[in-house]
Design a protein. Structure first.
Length: 182
């Protein structure tokens, strides 16, 4: 049987190995490189309509599987929306909590890349609180940087349904520096 000190050691080992696993992913994949280049080259006024359309086209990851569409991207805000479908619902007929977590991770990750000026960013922690249930309609999300350090970021994501707050997340991310020697 483990004592309390052993439990703390295991938690520290788990957290360290999780960060180590994420930190081993140090290069931007070729499949998403154009997306990173678009965000890194963003002008002072953010992405314009044509560039937003390009972002949504390039975004072939999990957020596109959810049906998310980015509606605004600038240095202060990343916004997106998702039309709720039957696939987003849990057995009781409301949006599954994991969908809110995925929305937060997706919108927050783009905000992280913008804040890191196109560098690779990986999530370290996603803390999502559910405030009101949603069964149909559109969920909109807004991500803002709370802390943008050289190595870590804290991003706040608010999700709304009919202009009412339905979930709020704090996403902690780590900025991955590209390898120096090749």
């Amino acid at each position: 049987m483990l004592n309390q000190e052993d439990d703390r050691l295991l938690v520290c080992l788990f957290k360290s190995s999780s960060v180590g696993l994420m930190a081993s992913h140090t290069e931007i994949p070729d499949t998403t490189r154009p997306l990173f280049e678009l965000l890194a080259g963003m002008g002072e006024n953010g992405l314009h309509m044509r560039e937003l359309a390009q972002l949504n086209e390039l975004n072939g990851g999990f957020s596109s599987r959810l049906g998310m569409r980015f509606t605004e991207v600038n240095k202060d805000l990343v916004a997106a929306e998702m039309h709720v479908t039957q696939e987003h619902l849990q057995v009781s007929g409301i949006v599954n909590g994991g969908v809110f977590c995925a929305i937060a991770e997706s919108v927050g990750s783009v905000m992280g890349v913008v804040a890191a000026k196109g560098k690779l960013v990986v999530g370290v922690n996603n803390d999502t609180n559910f405030i009101a249930s949603v069964a149909a309609g559109v969920i909109s999300a807004e991500a803002r940087v709370i802390h943008g350090g050289r190595r870590t970021q804290l991003i706040e994501i608010e999700m709304f349904h009919r202009d009412h707050l339905c979930a709020k997340s704090a996403l902690r991310t780590m900025v991955i520096e590209p390898p120096q020697d090749r």
